[in-house]
Write a protein that binds this ligand. Structure first.
Ligand code: PMT
Length: 216
């Protein structure tokens, strides 16, 4: 199958030396890409800035900002059987990028932010993606409620709910623990395990579910 995966954070520039970002290391997305490759799938990995080595045998596209990730996904969606959005994309970016380094003048500094492109939300509505669509939901409260909301609103076939309030799992950790949320089934929790082992389990589940769906 052809599988597109997003991974890592985005960086939203503020001035020539500063940016807004988050704690994503890319480990979850890269583990998914490697697990899919190991099963013989054709993998496109669209990655924000991370310090991980490029996985061999995977087509890697490096981006920085949410807008660049949106464009990279849009340009490569066609013909994909499965899309898995594990990237932690900035929801807001500075409305203006200062041309020069912002100087320390006042006691406080107020930033105006504007919404970024919703890549997962565009998959069905804008890109016309008809394959198997997988989103993640990184939440610090009401995990399953928010995950189910994303499942319905964004037209996903599966949302992987990730409690990012707990130490040792989620952002920038070697392990993860997630719950699978499907449209017509009870939430299915998976045990805490290394991201590599979890990724193999997720790819097995996703490809099995996707094979039951008609491909584009
Ligand atoms: O990278 P690691 O350090 O290994 O950490 C893994 C992880 C915690 C980042 C990963 O497991 C995870 O939960 N990824 C989703 C992070 C996130 O930003 O979730 P969200 O609930 O804010 O976004 C919901 C979904 O919409 C996600 O699939 C996200 O990729 C997507 N999204 C969000 C915003 C946006 N502008 N465009 C998007 O496509």
């Amino acid at each position: 199958m052809k599988i597109l995966i997003t991974a890592g954070p985005t960086r939203e520039p503020l001035d020539p030396v500063r940016y807004l970002t988050n704690r994503s290391s890319g480990k979850m997305g890269y583990a998914l890409a490697e697990a899919a490759r190991d099963k013989g799938h054709e993998v496109t990995l669209i990655s924000g800035p991370v310090v991980l080595a490029a996985p061999e045998g995977v087509s890697l596209i490096k981006v920085e900002t949410a807008r660049e990730m949106y464009e990279a996904v849009r340009d490569r969606m066609e013909g994909q059987n499965i899309a898995i959005f594990s990237a932690a994309v900035a929801d807001y970016r500075p409305a203006a990028i200062a041309e020069q380094k912002i100087k320390k003048t006042g006691e406080t500094l107020t930033l105006t932010l504007e919404k970024t492109e919703d890549i997962l939300g565009s998959a069905r509505r804008v890109f016309g993606f008809t394959g198997f669509l997988v989103g993640f939901a990184a939440e610090t409260e009401r995990l399953l409620e928010h995950a189910h909301d994303k499942l319905v609103r964004k037209g996903c076939d599966l949302v992987i709910a990730n409690d990012v309030s707990r130490a040792g799992i989620g952002f920038d950790s070697a392990e993860n623990e997630v719950t699978l949320c499907l449209p017509d089934a009870s939430p299915f929790p998976l045990p805490r395990q290394s991201k590599a082992v979890l990724a193999r389990e997720l790819i097995a589940f996703i490809t099995q579910q996707a094979s039951l769906k008609k491909f584009p």
